[in-house]
Design a protein around this ligand. Structure first.
Ligand SMILES: NC(=O)c1ccc[n+]([C@@H]2O[C@H](COP(=O)([O-])OP(=O)(O)OC[C@H]3O[C@@H](n4cnc5c(N)ncnc54)[C@H](OP(=O)(O)O)[C@@H]3O)[C@@H](O)[C@H]2O)c1
Length: 360
């Protein structure tokens, strides 16, 4: 076993722009478990192992360290053009006047001239401090307000026009929100980052993205086994302990985590596993280049679906919201929106003062 996976064998996905991106990426969110230095060290090893897509975010607090790693690793062996570096705009930077400055800060930290992709991390401008508990609420939090989101989106579009960013995308959105964004966007999202693992397959949203040529990127692809306590509830199911996943893993003689990644890659989403262990991140990359799951195994994994969302997003809730389910438009409507209008969009309830009415 070498420490390097042949990059020619790593699957690639073509975005609607015609650009290609690697079919697997390296996550960089260390949660509470790994320091920025540990994450940066792993990114360095991952780049040398053959990872070319690095999934960053301003709120992970480690872009300045990852930037050092990128600078040290981009040389004659790894060209900048081979890399796909993605970052995300954090919730407290949604004001259109803040977007360009946030992007430039990320570029400065990552020591890059441009980003391959920039996402709006969450569709809510609801700030909460890093590492806070699930019961923390910001009294200024509001539900999704489409007009405001589009103001942010237009600032994202300007980054593309200015050449700071090659693609823009969404994250943690739903079908109702995506419909509106697609209706009103000048530049449509190239990717949508969403939680995806065998126990949470999000079939409808996944298909919606595919149908609209938006590449799905799957976060927490192994089921985030080391996520912080604040992101755990008693009903959560561990993908790598599911009997179907374990049985398939035994047949292939590999760790169940690798079955989750093979499934993700063969289904068509781009998994972005995180690991600090060299043997794990190399195995994660290699597994999508060899020994594929059979059609029957892929079919069997469909039965593992448990609608088990792990990252529920409670900290984004606004006063008047009932539960975290309100963040995810599960009945097909956005809280505060009244229904479809004639042109296929949604009408929005407005108060007399023009503000939006959250569902009570
Ligand atoms: N857009 C968003 O809102 C959002 C939300 C969450 C995450 N993300 C992104 O998605 C990335 C991945 O998500 P995640 O870190 O939550 O979950 P994950 O990748 O599903 O799980 C990571 C954990 O799995 C373990 N692991 C990795 N490979 C393994 C293997 N081969 N065998 C056994 N264990 C293995 C790792 O432990 P070891 O270190 O011990 O290997 C690590 O703690 C993040 O880093 C971030 O970039 C985005």
């Amino acid at each position: 076993m070498t420490d390097f996976v042949d990059t020619e064998r790593i699957p690639h996905r073509t975005l609607y722009t015609g650009s290609e991106m690697p079919g697997i990426g390296f996550g960089t969110f260390g949660s509470d478990a790994s320091s920025g230095e540990e994450v940066a060290l792993s990114v360095s090893g991952a780049m040398r192992a053959g990872y070319r897509y690095i999934d960053c975010a301003a709120c992970y607090g480690n872009e300045h360290l990852i930037g050092e790693v990128i600078r040290n690793n981009v040389n004659a062996d790894i060209l900048r053009e081979e890399l796909f570096v993605l970052s995300k705009l954090w919730n407290d930077k949604h004001k259109p006047s803040d977007v360009a400055a946030a992007c430039r800060k990320t570029l400065m930290d990552l020591k890059l001239e441009y980003l391959d992709c920039y996402l709006v991390h969450w569709p809510f401008p609801n700030y909460h401090p890093p590492g806070c508990g699930a019961d923390i609420r910001n009294p200024d939090s509001r539900p999704y307000i489409h007009e405001e989101f589009m103001d942010t989106w237009r600032a994202m579009e300007r980054l593309v026009n200015e050449g700071l960013v090659r693609h823009i995308g969404t994250s943690n959105v739903t079908i109702p929100k995506l419909r509106l964004i697609l209706r009103d966007a000048g530049i449509k999202p190239a990717v949508n980052q969403m939680e995806l693992h065998p126990c949470f397959q999000q079939g409808e949203l996944y298909q919606f993205c595919v149908d609209h040529e938006i590449q799905p990127i799957g976060y927490s692809p192994i089921g985030s086994p080391k996520r912080p306590e604040r992101d755990r509830t008693p009903d959560d199911i561990a993908d790598i302990e599911h009997p179907v996943i374990i049985e398939i893993a035994k047949r292939h003689d590999i760790h169940p985590a690798l079955i989750c990644l093979k499934w993700a890659s063969q289904r068509g989403q781009i998994p972005i596993p995180f690991s600090t262990k060299k043997e794990n991140y190399i195995a994660n990359l290699r597994c999508v280049t060899e020994d594929p799951l059979t059609i029957d195994e892929m079919e069997n994994i469909k039965s593992v679906e448990r609608n088990c969302r792990l990252i529920k997003g409670q900290v984004f809730l606004w006063s008047g919201a009932k539960s975290w389910l309100d963040l995810w438009d599960i009945d097909g409507t956005i809280p505060g929106w009244t229904g479809y209008t004639r042109d296929g969009g949604y009408a929005h309830e407005q108060n007399n003062d023009g503000s939006n009415t959250p569902r009570q």
